[in-house]
Design a protein around this ligand. Sequence first.
Ligand SMILES: C[S@@+](CC[C@H](N)C(=O)[O-])C[C@H]1O[C@@H](n2cnc3c(N)ncnc32)[C@H](O)[C@@H]1O
Length: 158
Amino acid sequence: MQTFAWKILVTVIVRLHTKEWVVHAPSTWHHGLVADYWATVNLDAPELDLYRKHLRSPVLDAGCGAGRLLAPLRIQGLDVDGCDASADMIERCRRRAPDATLWVSALHDLDPPRRYAAIVCSGVLGLGTTREQDIRAVTQLHDALLPGGTLVLDDTRI
Ligand SMILES: C[S@@+](CC[C@H](N)C(=O)[O-])C[C@H]1O[C@@H](n2cnc3c(N)ncnc32)[C@H](O)[C@@H]1O
């Protein structure tokens, strides 16, 4: 009986190690204190100067986090929605932009309420996702654009 239990344990460890049984939900670390850090410390958004000329309303901030980009874009008068895989980040974002349409979703499961003239996706892909999920995410982002829309994809990990 003991040998049988050991065999099962070893099999489970091997399968987990080879990721055979690991279902890849995007499980990022953007929760709790990390979400607080993004909401209170990491506020500068210098890249907006670079993005701004490519953005037309309506805009989706895909992986909006705590609203570092979304909030100033809305202040500039753009109509910006946001989504993020982390409910904690969305909750922080909602504090900065209470009137914005925000929802919790992984990008590879994106099902937006409307289509967008521009989507910005900054520093989001490759955080706890598989390559396949990221490829599907880019397809979903493409499909969420209006005809002729622009995807601003800013990432060092892809
Ligand atoms: C480095 S932060 C950047 C947030 C925001 N884009 C910014 O520039 O301030 C990464 C964010 O992407 C979110 N994220 C990571 N993987 C995601 C995925 N597959 N789908 C949606 N959001 C994701 C995290 O929850 C986190 O809020």
